[in-house]
Design a protein around this ligand. Structure first.
Ligand SMILES: C[S@@+](CC[C@H](N)C(=O)[O-])C[C@H]1O[C@@H](n2cnc3c(N)ncnc32)[C@H](O)[C@@H]1O
Length: 116
């Protein structure tokens, strides 16, 4: 029930220490403020980029019944640079099984539709 992978992507960004907004293209509104410090902003962005962990830090997997939704999820995960961190499969949730080894952080977040 991973849908377009919003929750999987958020989990991947957290696990890999990728700062929110790091992929933002163009300017943020505050860059137009009269006292905006572009040198400081560049420094903050560089520090945030340096925090990113390249080795996958967590087992993150998602599945959905709909193969087209899984294709969309894969595109979104690739756009976030998380293709090495998140595994996807087409599967009915009733056939899902937990990983063999469970870490204390294991959980199964879902956001089913109201009718499900
Ligand atoms: C509300 S969406 C999930 C939204 C998701 N959290 C996101 O961020 O995109 C519900 C998803 O559940 C999937 N779904 C419905 N029944 C399912 C089932 N029995 N097994 C697996 N997935 C199912 C649908 O294909 C749909 O993509």
């Amino acid at each position: 029930m991973c849908g377009s992978a919003t929750i999987l992507t958020e989990a991947g960004l957290l696990a890999q220490r990728i700062a929110p907004g790091l992929f933002h293209q163009g300017k943020f509104g505050f860059e137009n403020w009269y006292d905006f410090d572009s040198e400081l902003w560049t420094q903050v962005r560089e520090e945030a980029k340096a925090q990113r962990l390249e080795e996958p830090q967590a087992y993150i997997a998602g599945s959905d019944l709909d193969p087209k939704v899984i294709d969309m999820a894969a595109s979104n995960i690739t756009a976030a640079g998380l293709e090495d961190c998140i595994r996807l499969s087409v599967r009915d949730v009733k056939d899902a099984t937990p990983p063999k080894t469970r870490s204390p952080a294991s959980s199964s977040p879902t956001r089913p539709t109201a009718s499900e």
